[in-house]
Ligand binder design. Sequence first.
Ligand code: PRP
Length: 203
Amino acid sequence: MITIALPKGRIADDTLKIFKTIFGLDFAFEDRKLIMQEGDFKFLYVRNQDIPTYVMGGAADIGVVGLDVLEEHRPDVLTLLDLKIGKCRVCVGVHAGTRLNYGAPSLKIATKMPNITREYFASKAVAVNIIKLYGSIELAPLIGLADAIVDVVETGATMKQNGLQPAETIMQSSAHLIASKNSFVLKRDEILNLRDKLAHTIA
Ligand code: PRP
């Protein structure tokens, strides 16, 4: 049995489709259920940012998580495969038609990714005041809480509909397969076998 943590939403659906293609089983979470067992797999349905916690603690043997989350939290896990789904980028967002004012003594940046934000602006030797939010980041510049944001952009619709635009791309992201180091020792063959099947299917 392998326990797999999946991030709620489209990445979970896309991952389960890949599993269906490989194993022919109908993998789907019922209604509000957060756990599903099918064949040799147990799936957990968790928040994207919580995936590393489940995998690091060994509650899940493997997990699927965005590269942006790995970059932000640097969890002590093994990264096994780029699944090439959930593609997005982490961008600096500013009011449409403007640019970041690098001349300002300090920039107020709202984000749910403080580490990525800090490192990015440090690499440019720009002083920033980071405002940590947990969601609806696009709201912050609109009501004057921040000068700009650092957030995930997939289609760009959320920024556009809120009068913002991506000004700079910090990194590209996609969903990656990660494994608990302990599980990798205990279930090495099972995990590698699954990794190979996934790699073959998405190729
Ligand atoms: C992300 C991000 C944006 C939106 C961007 O939030 O914070 O709000 O998606 O997507 P778009 O470019 O296609 O409009 P998401 O809903 O993934 O989740 P979270 O806030 O729960 O992390």
